[in-house]
Design a protein around this ligand. Structure first.
Ligand code: SF4
Ligand code: SF4
Length: 192
């Protein structure tokens, strides 16, 4: 029995597919065209880039009226794929009842997925525009409340972006609020 040449499943190429020069010239023509267009590259790190509001930089905790919005429910930690979040809850006398005594994000683990922001029922953790940070040891990569808490006023563009983009999709189930920070589903239902 003779041995069949070639693979019967192999795609049959037309002659113009076999002449690779055509594709090379197409690529060169495109490169030549782009040479006369304005540059879109940034000379980082000398030149800093300012991301848009949809950008997912490092997650931060929202500080409102000198208090964290977070009630230490632990949902973000449970949904974080690389288990980057840890916290210790404590009780407080104000209407929030609970707050995070400690809250830490291991920035060596964080993959900037934004799940913590998605699940938070208090709009207490959001993705910031901060992308420009480095560490020289593992300990410095553990961000605690001193690094995580950011004033609500400074996060307003992201909060507004979330309100505008999320509510048309998820609004019937869970309404994202930028101004309110109500403690429970029960409170939301009674006050809305
Ligand atoms: S952005 Fe993703 S990986 Fe980072 S802390 Fe939030 S849930 Fe975890
Ligand atoms: S999900 Fe929100 S309220 Fe709950 S622990 Fe995380 S940041 Fe705090």
């Amino acid at each position: 029995m003779g041995i069949k040449k070639g693979n019967p499943d192999e795609r049959k190429l037309a002659w113009h597919h076999k002449v690779h020069f055509i594709e090379v010239f197409k690529g060169m023509a495109y490169t030549f065209k782009m040479m006369f267009k304005p540059s879109v590259t940034v000379e980082y790190p000398e030149e800093k880039w300012t991301p848009n509001d949809e950008f997912r930089g490092r997650p931060v905790l929202v500080l409102e009226k000198d208090k964290e919005r977070c009630v230490a429910c632990g949902l973000c930690a449970r949904s974080c794929p690389p288990l980057a979040i840890s916290m210790q809850a404590a009780e407080t006398d104000d209407d929030k009842e609970r707050y995070p005594l400690t809250f830490e994000i291991n920035m060596l683990r964080c993959i900037y997925c934004g799940y913590c922001e998605e699940v938070c029922p208090e709009e207490a953790i959001v993705m910031s525009k901060d992308y420009d940070f480095t560490f020289t040891n593992r300990k410095d990569a553990i961000f605690d409340k001193t690094k995580l808490l950011v004033k609500k006023e400074d996060l307003q563009p992201r909060l507004q972006f979330l309100e505008k983009k999320r509510n048309p999709i998820f609004g019937k189930i869970f309404k994202f609020l930028t101004v309110n920070n109500r403690h429970s589903w029960k409170d939301r239902a009674s006050k809305n």
